[in-house]
Design a protein around this ligand. Structure first.
Ligand code: SF4
Ligand code: SF4
Length: 79
């Protein structure tokens, strides 16, 4: 029983390490709330945001997790 717990813990740790190593972003857009206004796109220092089909999209490979986009979104669409 204890061995199973340790195995699960190791799996969780490996998944977390893989997420960090892959450059995973903490920020994502809730499409239902996004108006497509583009305010987030303007402030992104690395041009990681595009508007696709009228909704904001964050490129996880380009995002540096600065949080500026979340700060300007008046629709509370970025998490
Ligand atoms: S600022 Fe908010 S509502 Fe406007 S495009 Fe960006 S995510 Fe969508
Ligand atoms: S967190 Fe910063 S780098 Fe990432 S998408 Fe938002 S503004 Fe751009």
């Amino acid at each position: 029983m204890r061995k199973k717990g340790i195995f699960v813990l190791v799996l969780v740790l490996l998944a977390a390490i893989a997420a960090v190593a892959s450059g995973g972003t903490r920020f994502w857009v809730e499409a239902d709330k996004c108006s497509g206004c583009g305010d987030c796109l303007v402030v992104c220092p690395v041009n990681a945001i595009t508007i696709e089909d009228g909704k904001s999209h964050i490129d996880p490979d380009a995002c540096i997790n600065c949080g500026l986009c979340q700060g300007v979104c008046t629709y509370d669409a970025i998490h």
